[in-house]
Design a protein around this ligand. Structure first.
Ligand code: AMP
Length: 226
């Protein structure tokens, strides 16, 4: 199967991508991971793209398309793949369509994770990290520490990452709305996009995704509940 998983920040896309790919026995391809690798070892990213990557801004379409094109020609994606974090713009979606058509293949499904803006803000803006390593994670509402502001495990000070602030979350959602939502429209027009709710436990969302793909969880690899 060749699948795209789309969803706004805070929808749990990364978690679902890993689980779904494992259940479907297909390769998980994340452009975020690929870029982090290129940042450390590659030569493909110029100064401009490196700076954008470090600032959390989108890398140029041209470089992103080249990175994904190179990745999808490797043998381990021949049996199928799940793309996570790509395409993030209409130009990238059209380039992907072209790449697949050139190799006589196509996407089987596009899954969109749906979540209200207020819920994303609630999930992300409540996140608190311990200043000590390893940075244990808490949530003011969902997993509050026993003593507000202090880590239950080591007593370290808890803080909010700057890019988890409400203002930044709303800005990231705005970028998603303007850049990535048109990608969903594009695949909805092709009749291959399905929206599923990102609310609930991780396993509930996974079951919803498998159902939407016509894959009964009990019949899939390792039909257990981890
Ligand atoms: P992620 O792990 O998906 O949040 O991606 C981390 C960073 O990689 C993003 O903040 C962007 O700088 C870059 N990136 C990942 N995917 C793309 C994409 N499809 N287009 C442009 N930039 C991307």
């Amino acid at each position: 199967m060749r699948i795209l998983l789309l969803g706004p920040p805070g929808a749990g896309k990364g978690t679902q991508a890993v689980l779904l790919a494992a259940h479907l026995s297909i390769r998980h391809v994340s452009t975020g991971d690929l870029f982090r690798e290129h940042l450390d070892h590659g030569t493909l990213l110029g100064q401009h793209d490196r700076a954008r990557l470090r600032a959390g801004l989108l890398v140029s379409d041209e470089v992103t398309i080249r990175v994904i094109q190179e990745r999808l020609t490797r043998a381990d994606t021949r049996g199928g793949f799940l793309l996570d974090g790509f395409p993030r713009s209409l130009a990238q979606a059209k380039a992907l369509d072209g790449m697949l058509a050139a190799s006589q293949s196509r996407l089987d499904a596009v899954l969109g994770l749906e979540i209200a803006e207020a819920e994303v803000v609630r999930r992300i803006a409540g996140r608190r990290l311990c200043r000590n390593e390893p940075a244990h994670i808490f949530h003011t509402e969902f997993s509050p520490p026993d003593v507000p502001g202090l880590c239950d495990i080591c007593g370290g000070e808890l803080y909010q990452r700057p890019d988890d602030s409400e203002a930044t979350v709303r800005q990231r959602l705005e970028v998603y709305g303007s850049e990535t939502a048109p990608v969903l429209d594009h695949y909805q027009a092709q009749g291959i996009a399905t929206m599923i709710s990102a609310l609930g436990q991780v396993t509930e969302v996974l079951n919803r995704a498998l159902l939407a793909l016509g894959k009964d969880r009990a019949g899939g690899p390792g039909g257990d509940d981890h």
